[in-house]
Design a protein around this ligand. Structure first.
Ligand SMILES: [Zn+2]
Length: 261
């Protein structure tokens, strides 16, 4: 009923043994596709390899090889899978697909694959510099300076349409003021309330205290800001002075903190 055969030979080309390498590479259902794709001289050496070496060459040796815009191991895996499906369509349903249609199908799958990959890259910036800012508000108390920085940072994040923000401050007073609120008589109450008005429930945010040593880039920016004109400085570009600090952060360089009782 399923056209399953008790013969070891190939139904498609009458080769005496339809084993895996024959089905995926050597059969006349597969070979014309590989011949169309493997125009590169680098592939000549793999045409007669046994199955295991053939897989190793295409998936491991060629792991960084590009075929136009396509990553070769991905093309290889997709072609293997399609060859198997087309073989079954022919054997079980006598459905033949012309070579140009097969190549078109592979190209469409690869196009879709590349689109998904580039969408993924956009969704996950993986640590690249998005933006930054520095603020110089002149002489004021440390608590006031910290809260103004948080206020402008949160406001900027909202303007950019960010829907998730993690606020890290090395001022525990500021973090507590925002989390727990302050008395209406507190001199910084209007500023705390302005921050709380921005931190509404329609986006995801969290705020926590971290010691200065855990965010040396923010510490560098705070010192940099003291030497700038008064006001807010938006940094769409990465500042050269931050390079070593961010590099150290990426490779996990520690900044020990001396704590005394
Ligand atoms: Zn065959």
């Amino acid at each position: 009923m399923c056209n399953l055969s008790s013969e070891a030979s190939c139904n498609l080309c009458n080769h005496h043994l339809e084993d895996t390498i024959h089905t995926l590479r050597d059969c006349n259902n597969a070979a014309p596709i590989w011949n169309s794709l493997m125009m590169d001289i680098r592939f000549d050496c793999c045409k007669n390899k046994p199955l295991k070496e053939w897989f190793t060459f295409n998936l491991v040796t060629c792991k960084n090889l590009s075929f136009g815009d396509w990553n070769w191991p991905v093309v290889f895996a997709i072609v293997c899978w399609q060859v198997w499906k087309w073989r079954n369509a022919k054997v079980f349903s006598n459905h033949s697909i012309p070579l140009d249609k097969k190549l078109e199908t592979i190209a469409n799958i690869m196009k879709e694959w590349n689109e998904i990959q580039s969408r993924d890259k956009l969704d996950k910036p993986k640590g690249r510099w998005l933006t930054g800012f520095g603020l110089n508000i002149g002489n004021c108390s440390i608590d006031s300076a910290e809260l103004w920085v948080i206020y402008h940072g949160v406001k900027y994040a909202r303007q950019l349409g960010m829907d998730f923000v993690e606020i890290e401050s090395d001022s525990n007073n500021s973090v507590l003021a925002i989390k727990q609120g302050v008395s209406i008589n507190h001199t910084l109450a209007p500023l705390v309330n302005a921050i709380k008005e921005l931190l509404t429930n329609d986006w995801h945010w969290k705020i926590e205290y971290i010691p200065r040593e855990k965010n040396m880039a923010a510490d560098w920016l705070a010192k940099w800001s003291c030497n700038q004109n008064r006001g807010l400085h938006l940094l769409c570009r990465f500042l050269t002075g931050l390079g070593n600090i961010i590099l150290a952060d990426c490779v996990g360089v520690g900044h020990p903190r001396l704590v005394t009782n």
